[in-house]
Design a protein around this ligand. Structure first.
Ligand code: CA
Length: 509
């Protein structure tokens, strides 16, 4: 009997200890949008839009002003999030590959350590998630309206707007979870990916606003062959019908097939009866047409982002209502940056600023000081080790990123030791946007990149004197020692990350 009492006592002790332990290990919600540019977020000083809910994460947490990605496209960025590794190490160098799910991913490690793990929303890695207790994912790129949702056993069409559906599935999963254990949830948003179909309630939300043109909108790419040879301009590449819905085909297949009659009617009323009519009446050509396309692009893009921000607000409110805010880390990130007309472009891919830098904000109550900023160069390969660190789990030795939890804590000594340069490598060519493969180094001041494949040249930019990266200084007199120093640093990074393909190209020219 005595033994029984002791055992019962121990049992009660551990039960009481369970929630305490869970409290020390935070819950984590990682909201990963797609192609959402920092230029469209008011916390970053956007001139285009107000994003009160992303701003709230930044205001109550930390805003990162030099968060960067290591290969600026969708799938590779997700693969780097999962593995903490560069593309050449996790094998997912370009979109439309299949991610090898047999390799270690950080959520599986968290699950081993008692976390409940889930991925809800856009996945798009060519297979089903592994290492998660739960998943509900979009089919490939996914659909904005009435999307197919793939679970472990079946696929079902869910009626509604994709961003709302992802939020609802998130709330459902959180309501049903085991509350005795912490959770780590990734919300994979479809917004704000092409072709930018807004929620019905956001149609026309920016129609009264004349959106300002970026100063580099009319860039003619002098002295920059890679920039001149791309295929991602609003002028030439952006399609009136498919991207901007001018005289869209509502009857013969395609994205509108999935619409309900009332959704289709709302789109028809807006895009056909108003926007297409305006297009016909104006009869714009040349520069006037390019500027009109820019306005339409931005109005659609920002309308899609409006729903994204509203849904982030719903998640934050849900955490408040459930009493979860204090013990839940909320991260907001995009999978890379995006062009909103800078250099005349949309899309991403480049080592250049708008593409390389991604929005990143973290709210970590009690740990990260509210309203602070981190200007250190952080990378998407750092995300996995950082999340593991928050959970008190040691990152595997072959993860290439570094935990920036000390930066979140405001550790000045850690900040002064932090990396001063980052390594970048992009592969996908020629489709879909004809950007030459390139690798390079980015420091706080300089960008040095080597373009290869069908191209064979270097570029150098001085961000202090040329923040818009308009003047390629490579080969100009007076930069020989800067280039030699940057090449030494670049070689060191290539060796550190073991990118043999790039190393082989360092000695050419
Ligand atoms: Ca993306």
């Amino acid at each position: 009997m005595k033994r029984y009492i002791v055992l019962t006592g121990m049992f009660l002790f551990y039960c009481a200890g369970g929630p305490l332990l869970a409290q020390r290990r935070p819950n984590i919600i990682f909201i990963l949008s797609d192609d959402h540019a920092y230029q469209a977020i008011s916390a970053y000083g956007s001139r285009l839009a107000v994003t009160p809910n992303i701003d709230r994460i930044a205001k109550e947490g930390v805003l990162f002003t030099r968060a960067m990605v290591t290969n600026s496209i969708c799938g590779p960025s997700r693969a780097s999030l999962l593995t903490g590794k560069y593309s050449h190490k996790n094998g997912y160098t370009l979109n439309e590959k299949r991610f090898n799910t047999d390799q270690p991913v950080f959520p599986a490690l968290m699950a081993e350590h008692g976390y409940q793990t889930a991925w809800i929303g856009k996945w798009h890695l060519g297979n089903l998630p592994k290492g998660f207790d739960y998943f509900r994912i979009l089919n490939g790129q996914g659909e904005y309206y009435n999307p197919d949702i793939i679970g472990p056993k079946d696929t079902t069409r869910v009626n509604g707007y994709v961003t709302d559906i992802i939020t609802q599935m998130t709330e459902d999963w959180l309501n049903a979870r085991d509350t005795s254990r912490p959770f780590m949830l990734i919300m994979g948003e479809k917004a704000t990916h092409r072709e930018w179909l807004p929620d019905l309630q956001d149609l026309g939300a920016f129609d009264k606003t004349d959106l300002p043109l970026p100063s580099t909108f009319d860039d003619r790419y002098q002295g920059r062959r890679a920039a001149a040879d791309q295929d991602m301009t609003i002028a030439r590449t952006m399609r009136l019908k498919e991207d901007l819905k001018v005289h869209a085909d509502y009857e013969h297949g395609g994205i509108y097939n999935r619409f309900t009659p009332s959704q289709k009617k709302a789109f028809y009323d807006y895009y056909e009866n108003r926007i297409s009519r305006e297009f016909d009446d104006r009869k714009d050509t040349g520069e006037a047409l390019v500027r009109w396309k820019y306005q339409r692009y931005m109005k659609d893009y920002l309308s899609v982002a409006r729903s994204l921000d509203r849904n982030i607000g719903k998640v934050l409110d849900f955490l408040d209502e459930k009493g979860l805010t204090r013990n839940t880390v909320v991260v907001y990130a995009s999978d890379q940056g995006f062009y909103l007309g800078e250099h005349g472009w949309f899309d991403k891919r480049w080592i250049y600023e708008e593409s390389l830098r991604t929005p990143f904000a973290v709210r970590y109550p009690g740990v990260a000081a509210a309203g602070s900023r981190v200007s250190a160069i952080t990378l998407n390969v750092d995300w996995a080790p950082t999340l593991l660190d928050m959970a008190g789990i040691k990152a595997p030795a072959d993860m290439q990123g570094v935990s920036f939890l000390p930066l979140l804590k405001g550790d000045g000594a850690a900040a002064s030791r932090w990396r001063k340069a980052m390594y970048y490598h992009y592969y996908e060519y020629p489709q879909p946007h004809h950007v030459y493969p390139h690798f390079g180094i980015r420091t706080e001041r300089w960008v040095l990149a080597r373009f290869y494949g069908p191209a064979d040249f270097w570029e150098l930019y001085d961000l202090d004197s040329d923040p818009n990266e308009l003047k390629n200084l490579y080969g100009s007199k007076g930069y020989e020692s800067v280039i030699a120093g940057l090449k030494r640093q670049l070689r060191d990074l290539i060796v550190q990350y073991d990118d043999r393909e790039a190393l082989g190209m360092m000695d050419m020219k």
